[in-house]
Design a protein. Structure first.
Length: 43
C-alpha cells in the first residue's frame, strides 16, 4: 500500500501541522489574556 518514505513524509508533515496549530492556539490565548488585562486596566 504505502512505502516507508511516503509514510515518514506524511508523519513529518502531520507533526509540523500539529506543532503549528498548538503554537497558534497558545499565541491566541496569550493575546486574549493580554487584551483582557488591557481592558481591565482601562476600566
Amino acid at each position: 500500500l504505502y512505502d516507508e518514505r511516503s509514510i515518514r513524509a506524511h508523519v513529518r508533515r502531520a507533526r509540523e501541522l500539529l506543532s503549528l496549530s498548538s503554537l497558534h492556539s497558545s499565541l491566541s490565548t496569550t493575546y486574549a489574556l493580554q487584551h483582557e488585562a488591557n481592558n481591565q486596566t482601562v476600566a
